[in-house]
Design a protein around this ligand. Structure first.
Ligand SMILES: Cc1cc2nc3c(=O)[nH]c(=O)nc-3n(C[C@H](O)[C@H](O)[C@H](O)COP(=O)(O)O)c2cc1C
Length: 321
């Protein structure tokens, strides 16, 4: 199973569509939806031709339960929807209210949240997305003790603690321990940027699925590359370098158009495009000069010209891996 990770500010409906169009992905996720009030206003969820994982963030199980019931009553949430709980967000503000990674410090409270998911969503897939711990991995084994009997369909693990943020190496041995101990499938997440990274995650942990976040921003065709590499689906054989350059820079044009269509201000898409470019530039075919170039630009037209010029440059001077 290949999943697009939830990413706040990024995995909005139009972006999910772009990734789905690139192929290979089984499930896409919303960004987290914070539920903090009993009568909170929420928008309907935009669906796709593949399952959508709707991710909630909560610090109070009864508020979570009430919102799930209400969303079902008004038809926003369907019985077979995939729903997920955020147990990994490292934001200080979020954690100070007891949500996100803070739940890792309170296994009992986490259990109450999981029960709230299951009791109010008995027929659809329920999962959590967690880190290895808050300040350390000290609590990881007690968490696994609790999770062993949790009514979940699967669980995804970002192989770091909250304090690790995004910097330390992924702790494969901890993910492997979860795979060994838990009766339901575990999905591995963290630093999968290439087929080799995915292979390493699979070999070291035996996870049953991969969840990819920033790697899909650097290479939206990574999911299809994984399918090809693991022989799960018949896809066009290897693309040559020119095709890779074309498809990647076409994708960046589509991201820009998508951002433009969702902005009301002129040039309002530029900021979000620059944020996207940070990750997109991690692709060696794209190169860090892409972000360096984009970050100086102030107009959409300039960005479009820059994308084309940079693509031509990459065709004439391929990167050497
Ligand atoms: C910009 C950004 C926004 C994120 N938003 C969320 C979120 O809404 N919910 C969540 O569970 N994780 C969120 N994450 C964490 C990712 O889902 C993922 O766990 C993390 O980036 C590690 O995976 P990766 O190395 O494949 O990117 C976010 C990460 C980034 C970079």
């Amino acid at each position: 199973m290949l999943l697009l990770a939830p990413m706040e500010g990024i995995t909005r409906p139009e972006f999910r569509d772009l990734i789905i169009d690139c192929g290979g992905v089984d499930v896409v996720a919303t960004e987290f939806i914070r539920v903090s009030g009993y009568k909170q206003k929420l928008k309907p969820f935009v669906r796709h031709r593949i399952p959508l994982q709707i991710q909630f963030m909560s610090s109070q199980p009864d508020i979570l339960a009430t919102n799930i019931r209400r969303l079902k009553k008004i038809g926003y949430l369907k019985d077979d929807d995939w729903i997920d709980l955020n147990v990994g967000c490292p934001s200080r503000r979020v954690n100070s209210s007891g949500a996100g990674a803070a739940l890792l410090k309170q296994p009992d409270r986490l259990k109450q949240h999981i029960d709230a998911l299951r009791e109010n969503h008995p027929d659809g897939p329920c999962s959590i997305k967690m880190r290895l711990g808050c300040d350390s991995t000290e609590n990881f084994e007690p968490l696994l003790d609790m999770l062993e009997s949790a009514p979940l369909d699967f669980l995804s693990i970002h192989g770091r603690t909250r304090s690790d943020m995004y910097s330390s190496p992924i702790r494969f041995e901890k993910i492997a321990l979860a795979v060994k101990r838990l009766p339901f499938p575990v999905v591995g997440n963290g630093e999968i940027w290439s087929v080799d990274d995915a292979q390493k995650m699979l070999e070291e942990t035996s996870v049953r699925g991969l969840m990819i976040g920033r790697g899909a921003l650097a290479d939206p065709y990574l999911f299809t590359a994984l399918r090809r590499a693991f022989g799960e689906q018949s896809l066009p054989e290897h693309r040559d370098y020119t095709e890779r350059v074309d498809e990647l820079f076409d994708f960046s044009h589509r991201v820009l158009s998508m951002l433009e269509s969702r902005q009301h201000r002129q040039n309002g898409a530029i900021g979000p495009f620059k944020e996207f470019s940070v990750w997109f530039s991690r692709n060696p075919i794209v190169g860090s000069e892409f972000f360096q170039g984009v970050k100086r630009l102030q107009h959409i037209g300039e960005i479009r010209t820059f994308i084309d010029t940079h693509a031509k440059l990459r065709l004439s001077t391929p990167y050497s891996s």
